[in-house]
Design a protein around this ligand. Structure first.
Ligand SMILES: Cc1cc2nc3c(=O)[nH]c(=O)nc-3n(C[C@H](O)[C@H](O)[C@H](O)COP(=O)(O)OP(=O)(O)OC[C@H]3O[C@@H](n4cnc5c(N)ncnc54)[C@H](O)[C@@H]3O)c2cc1C
Length: 255
């Protein structure tokens, strides 16, 4: 007869209490669910997915924490381990090979960092047919980008032509606005690089990751014309999620 148990508990997360449930049958972990939390969703969802896979694969809460979210994942693992022990569940852990391995990889392009800059660079290189390695130190993608509001300048893009059909904007005008706002402290070569390429970059990311930009609610006064766009969620978590989905279809292997 199956002996099913739903063991609930609480762990101290980074932003407060995390309520979770461990589903067990016959001393086997079937599922690990988070019921309620106040963590940053973009980071938390990725971290908990990985943690859950590791817990179930190992049938144990003695698994590695996720880098970039060490305190929170350790709190969850400690708490769930105590809850399981208190419920007198005897887990049969499945040892997995965690020994250090040297792996030699080759690529045309190596991108360090999986925030928006790295994801776009890697995706652009992939789209040009290059073999790419993307290295991310955290156990999740997104970096600081996950926290941003997705508001960007669309000057020179087809996206801007759709959203601001009446607007007279140009790379030169954006260059002048940047220079004025930064009181000539900007590096002109970098500003030129940005103003001349932001349009094609916006069109590339929109097509590549199926992003549907819209007019940003906030058009800040340093811009002499309306040119700011944002994602419907007003969050770059959407950007990271869609790039991740796209890469999951094309990327060969995660380490
Ligand atoms: C709250 C907030 C709101 C914002 N809102 C906006 C906005 O609306 N519009 C806007 O344009 N900008 C906004 N910004 C700024 C914008 O988010 C950043 O400029 C942008 O995300 C930087 O992207 P990035 O890819 O360069 O860096 P990140 O997103 O930080 O990515 C860098 C990645 O590199 C990884 N990494 C670092 N070192 C290594 C290493 N040695 N090996 C492997 N990986 C490594 C990091 O873990 C990280 O994942 C906002 C920022 C914040 C914090």
């Amino acid at each position: 007869m199956s002996n099913e148990q739903q063991i609930t508990g609480q762990a101290n997360g980074h932003n407060g209490i995390i309520n979770y449930e461990v589903d067990v049958s016959n001393n086997h972990i079937d599922d690990f669910k988070v019921l309620k939390h106040s963590e940053t969703p973009g980071i938390f969802n990725q971290v908990v997915d990985t943690l859950k896979q590791n817990i179930i694969a190992n049938q144990s809460f003695d698994v590695d924490t996720i880098s970039g979210a060490t305190v929170m994942t350790q709190a969850l693992l400690n708490s769930a381990k105590s809850a399981i022990n208190a419920a007198d569940v005897k887990l049969h852990s499945v040892p997995t090979n965690t020994e250090h391995q040297d792996v030699e990889l080759t690529a045309d392009v190596v991108v360090i960092g999986g925030g928006e800059a790295g994801l776009v660079a890697a995706s652009r290189a992939l789209s040009l047919g290059h073999k790419v390695i993307l290295v991310e130190k955290n156990g999740y993608l997104g970096g600081a980008t996950i926290l941003n509001g997705s508001n960007v300048t669309a000057t020179g893009s087809k996206v801007a032509a759709r959203i601001f059909p009446e607007q007279q904007d140009s790379p030169e005008q954006l260059f002048n606005d940047v220079t004025k706002e930064s009181r000539n402290t900007n590096l002109p070569e970098l500003t030129k690089l940005m103003v001349n390429n932001i349009g094609s970059a916006i069109d590339f990311v929109s097509d590549y990751a199926d992003l549907t930009y819209q007019k940003a609610q906030t058009q800040t006064p340093e811009h002499s014309v309306e040119r700011q766009i944002e994602l419907p969620s007003a969050s770059s978590f959407e950007f990271i999620k869609k790039f991740q989905q796209h890469l999951n279809k094309t990327v060969v292997k995660y380490f």
